[in-house]
Design a protein around this ligand. Sequence first.
Ligand code: NDP
Length: 341
Amino acid sequence: MADIPEEKKCSMNFLGRSGLRVSNICLGAMTFGEHNLGTPGQLDEAGSHAVINRFVEWGGNFIDTANIYGRGKSETIVGNWLTSQERDRFVIATKARIHMDVSNPNDVGLSRRHLTKSIEDSLRRLQTDYVDLLQIHMWDSGTPLEETLMTLNDLVRSGKVRYLGASNLTGWQLQKIVDLSKELNLIPFISLQQQYSVLERSSELEPFQVCKLNGVGVLPFSPLKAGFLTGKFQKGQRPTEGRLAFCAEDPDKKMPNSHPQWSKLDTERNWAILDALREIAEARGKTMAQVSIRWLLQKPVVSSVIIGANKLNQLDDNMGAANGWTLTEEEMMKLDTVSKP
Ligand code: NDP
């Protein structure tokens, strides 16, 4: 593989209102190891390590995993890679909240008990003394927020965690975290990881307003809507390969929001967005994936875009959004208009 020119490599951004510098593209590790849902296209350890190494060649320093990805397998794969590296050069983010052992009622949620166990397990799998960013994976209405925030504060004070973040919150939930952290004089959250793409903009309405007002950096996940925004699918034709082929059409089957139903994607609005992406991509000599990711990178609230790639060529394609070119104001406006929520 030819060397990547310096001007195309990732740039560094501060994560929210913090002093932590992260590459403007973050490597998502959800496809490392076996997925707990059985999603196809998952990478084995060698394949995952090849993707991470290539990401590092692109200048990336930021990796996002979670305890739940493959029920620990993703963290283990990242940890095995990390042991061959200079730990201090990388920013490792993980998450806690989702049920790990469903037979154990305390192996879930944002309680002091579960968070404390969860970070111990994550550190063991990641083979490191600290994670840079611990994110609550989603809200837990069963645990008092004071308990959660005070535990997270203790984890930072103990040195096991450097910074705190959240994911999948509504605006009021994030505002409540910000306010209570201030009231109790606790360490503030610096990031919010939400599903955000040119097709899925609902978080702009409230959560991102709270982010802007409080110095919380946005980390968009599913920037390509599970691959839909690459333009590789055809109108009216249900995918036969990859994650989208796997996603259940049964509305009663509970799937995470990274696994959308094809019938919800195959709409006139969405094909109009794809047409606009295609036009811009062709005019600029870029791919639709690159234009989609670039659109996110140029949103001021965004600190780093979390990409997913289960092949080296997908990684290279997506990293081509990182640097060395920008969308014009007109191109941004065209995409903003066609995708208006
Ligand atoms: P995307 O929406 O970008 O989907 C990635 C998938 O799209 C790939 O696995 C691949 O699937 C396909 N794809 C990616 N790039 C290309 C390309 N250039 N050409 C063709 N196909 C491509 O992101 P994810 O949903 O995977 O999310 C990224 C990361 O975000 C995760 O790894 C995780 O770290 C984080 N995340 C966080 C969540 C949360 O709740 N906080 C939820 C979900 C993700 P295929 O080959 O099968 O078509």
